[in-house]
Write a protein that binds this ligand. Structure first.
Ligand SMILES: C[S@@+](CC[C@H](N)C(=O)[O-])C[C@H]1O[C@@H](n2cnc3c(N)ncnc32)[C@H](O)[C@@H]1O
Length: 262
């Protein structure tokens, strides 16, 4: 098993083409931005964990927010930095390398107004209590943490891979843990339930809301399928957004918002 940063370095150059710029990637990210928009105020300072190629950091900076954007992969950070410079947003975003599995001790005591970890960043952890404790030190009272992990119950994945005779992939989330192939490397991942995250954050954070993301929409691995089936994508996107509160956090991802208790 290689170090997380090194593994994701191998897929960084193709990440935007494979996900960010796909029709599915855009639909999913817009849904996260709709949640973030409810909590954002210009002048705030947000922390991003596992920022990847910086798509969310750029969007946050574009809303007038200062961002500290971190990731474990140097190559992801280089790409994000180049995008920030090209967009003229570099002075609003500070980039730093941070391995989530090593904790957040490297970050200075601060008063972040919000924290974001989008699209699977925190799935590299298997216990979220230490992350919650670290964030309690870094987030101001009333500040929010918006987490977007891959959840343990994804009906699409079960049906799709089941239909294709790949029972192992179809049921991988049921075991709670798996090893993900990322390019040429392997990364251990865990799938926290919404309830598990709430419990791990409970001593310091109250639960605001949990929304399914990708209950009706296909999982991100099927982005190429969505490129070929745009009408289906539009229909499923409509349904997914309207039922997000009803589907109990089931789906490829979910968006959980927690608030720092005073
Ligand atoms: C699926 S990508 C999501 C990227 C980004 N948040 C987005 O919305 O596109 C997962 C990210 O987690 C980062 N990552 C993986 N393991 C990590 C770790 N242990 N510490 C910090 N970042 C990590 C990867 O480098 C990658 O950028």
């Amino acid at each position: 098993m290689s170090a997380p940063g090194a593994v994701f370095d191998g897929v960084a150059a193709g990440y935007d083409a494979a996900f960010t710029h796909t029709a599915l990637g855009r639909v999913l990210r817009r849904r996260v931005w709709e949640v973030l928009a409810r909590y954002l105020r210009p002048g705030q300072h947000w922390l991003e964990l596992a920022c990847g190629t910086g798509e969310d950091a750029l969007w946050l900076a574009g809303q007038g927010v200062r961002v500290t954007a971190t990731d474990g992969s140097p190559r992801m950070l280089e790409i994000a930095q180049a995008k920030a410079r090209a967009a003229g947003l570099a002075e609003r975003i500070a980039f730093a390398r941070l391995d989530l599995t090593a904790g957040l001790a490297a970050l200075e005591e601060g008063a972040f107004d919000g924290v974001l970890s989008d699209f699977g960043g925190i799935n590299v952890l298997s216990d979220w209590r230490p992350l919650a404790r670290d964030l309690a030190r870094l987030v101001r009272p009333g500040g929010v943490v918006v987490l977007v992990p891959m959840g343990p119950r994804c009906p699409w994945e079960v049906v799709w891979y089941g239909m294709h005779g790949d029972g192992r992939t179809a049921t991988r989330r049921w075991r709670g843990r798996a090893v993900a192939r990322i390019g040429a490397g392997l990364v251990p991942v865990a799938y926290p339930s919404p309830r598990r995250l709430r419990r791990d954050f409970a001593p310091w954070f109250g639960h605001r809301e949990t929304l399914s993301l990708g209950f009706w929409l296909p999982p991100t691995a099927l982005a190429p399928w969505c490129e070929r089936h745009r009408r289906w994508l539009r229909m499923l996107a409509w349904l997914d957004a309207r039922t997000a509160r009803l589907t109990c956090g089931w789906g490829d991802h979910y968006v959980q918002t927690l608030e720092r208790l005073t």
